[in-house]
Every structure is written in structure tokens, then in C-alpha cells.
Design a protein around this ligand. Structure first.
Ligand code: SAM
Length: 267
């Protein structure tokens, strides 16, 4: 073959390769776009869990316990409501979204033995474990998003201060109540403390929903009987006022519950 013909064929081949590469490059943004759309559709709840975790971890990494608006030296209202539920000291108590709250310390001091703290922020849980030192070993710790939590056993009391009000979608609140129902013992107590209707519309940069007696009763449903309501003015570390309302419910499920197929409770 003559040199001229060989050169012509080689440069034609190079041209075709370059053309093909340009076509593939043009397709890449479209492939990426459709992959990211699929991701969003297939796992709508995962980004929100990851975002929550990132948001709260960042707060607990960058602020000390007394630099956050919800700080309380002693969680008096929570302790009073837990006391009013009349539980034995060996009752199982779960502090949902406990963060760095010292509620667990005060409950240990009061002689409660079976305590657990759940929070989406592992950073907050680590700070609480460090604060408690050796006493942390007697507490169960769950680094979980409450709306997808699968409890390893049931609890006699569910305590939530300032978590439920961050759930601003119907779907998240429906999942919260579903978790509550599979976590609580029938007859158990649920204490929810939220911003009141005249409380702040935002906390820690996030929108909140504010609650009163009527709206929360409607949200939880008739199986949750309201036993106690307290208005509370929380004073932040920088001396501003926030209106909270604390609700104590008893769960009276209307139908038979099956747990894991091996245990049946009729209430
Ligand atoms: C305003 S702080 C209140 C902390 C604590 N209850 C107190 O009174 O000091 C809200 C807490 O809820 C946690 N949290 C927010 N959304 C959550 C979720 N979906 N699941 C579990 N924890 C959550 C945050 O990490 C944070 O610790």
C-alpha cells in the first residue's frame, strides 16, 4: 500500500474516533441528570435523613451546650411530667431527640434505671456520653432518625422536647406517629413538648409547626388520651422568651397488637 493511502486511512480513523468521543462527551450531562433524577425518586426519604443529620451535627460541632436556644440547666417541666406519669424506677424511658439534654443525668440521679436516648446527631450523643462518663454504660443510645426508628423493644415512656415541631410535612408526622405506636407499650405515656401557637416560627434556621391542645389531639388521634397540658415560657441563654407547651398523653390502642408474631397483647 502506498504511503499516501496509509496516511489518508489513519487520519480518517482518527477523525472518526474524535467524532465518537465528542458524541459521548455530549451525552454525559444528560446521563448524569437522569441518574440524579432516578436517585431522588427512588429514595426520597434518604436525602432528608442525611440533611437532618448533617444540619444537627454541624450545630453540635460548632456550638457549646449553652450556646443553643433550647438549653436548660435543669429540665424541670420534663421531670415534673415524667414524675406525674407515676412510673416505677425500672420503667423503660426513651428521650427522643435528646441531643445534649441533661434529662438523662437527672433521671439517673432520681433512680430511674432503664433509660435510652435517641438522636439523629451522633455528635450530640457522643457529647452526652462523655458528660455522663461511666454512667453512660447503663444507658441505651440510638443514633437514628425518629421517623425511621425500629425499636429493639417497647418503652413505657416516650419523651420528646422540641423535636416533633420540626416535622412540617404530613408524611413525616405520619411516620413519627407510626414509630411512636410501635415503640410505646400499650398503656404507656407519651410526653411531647413543642412550641406553642405564640412560639417562634423557626428554630435553629428551620421552619417549625406550632401546636395547641386541639391540633395535637387531632394529629395523634383518639387512641392518645390527653392527661395534662402545661404552658411554659422558656428563657434562652440570651434571655429571650419562647412559648412552649407540654402535653402528656396515655396511649390506649383500640385493637389487639401483635409484636413480631410471637407476643400478643390485648388492651
Ligand atoms: C431543639 S433540639 C432539643 C434537644 C433536647 N430535646 C433538649 O430539649 O435539649 C432538637 C433535637 O432533636 C434532634 N432531631 C431533630 N430531628 C430529629 C429526627 N428526625 N430524629 C431524631 N432526632 C432529631 C436534633 O439533633 C436535636 O438534638
Amino acid at each position: 500500500m502506498k504511503l499516501g493511502v496509509i496516511l489518508h486511512r489513519t487520519s480518517w480513523g482518527m477523525y472518526r474516533i474524535k467524532e465518537l468521543a465528542a458524541r459521548v462527551a455530549a451525552l454525559i450531562p444528560k446521563i448524569m441528570e437522569s441518574a440524579s433524577q432516578e436517585n431522588t425518586a427512588a429514595s426520597a426519604s434518604i436525602p432528608s435523613r442525611a440533611h437532618r443529620q448533617q444540619h444537627w451535627n454541624r450545630i453540635y460541632e460548632s456550638k457549646g451546650p449553652q450556646d443553643v436556644s433550647w438549653y436548660q440547666r435543669r429540665p424541670d417541666m420534663s421531670l415534673a411530667c415524667i414524675g406525674a406519669s407515676g412510673l416505677d424506677k425500672d420503667a423503660c424511658i426513651l428521650d427522643v431527640g435528646g441531643g445534649e439534654s441533661t434529662l438523662v443525668d437527672f433521671l439517673l440521679d432520681a433512680g430511674y434505671k432503664r433509660l435510652a436516648v435517641l438522636d439523629v446527631s451522633g455528635v450530640a450523643l457522643n457529647h452526652s456520653r462523655l458528660r455522663l462518663g461511666a454512667r453512660a454504660g447503663s444507658v441505651e443510645w440510638f443514633e437514628e432518625d425518629v421517623i425511621s426508628f425500629v425499636p429493639p423493644h417497647r418503652f413505657d415512656l416516650w419523651h420528646d422536647r422540641a423535636v416533633f415541631h420540626f416535622l412540617t410535612t404530613d408524611d413525616d408526622r405520619r411516620r413519627y406517629v407510626a414509630t411512636l405506636r410501635k415503640t410505646l407499650q400499650p398503656g404507656g405515656t407519651a410526653i411531647l413538648s413543642t412550641f406553642a401557637t405564640n412560639g417562634p416560627p423557626k428554630c435553629s434556621g428551620l421552619d417549625v409547626m406550632r401546636w395547641d391542645e386541639q391540633s395535637i389531639v387531632a394529629e395523634l388521634g383518639a387512641e392518645f388520651q390527653l392527661h395534662e397540658v402545661h404552658q411554659e415560657t422558656h428563657i434562652t441563654p440570651w434571655k429571650s422568651e419562647q412559648s412552649f407547651v407540654c402535653f402528656r398523653f396515655q396511649w390506649r390502642p383500640a385493637r389487639t397488637l401483635r409484636e413480631g408474631g410471637d407476643r400478643q397483647e390485648r388492651v
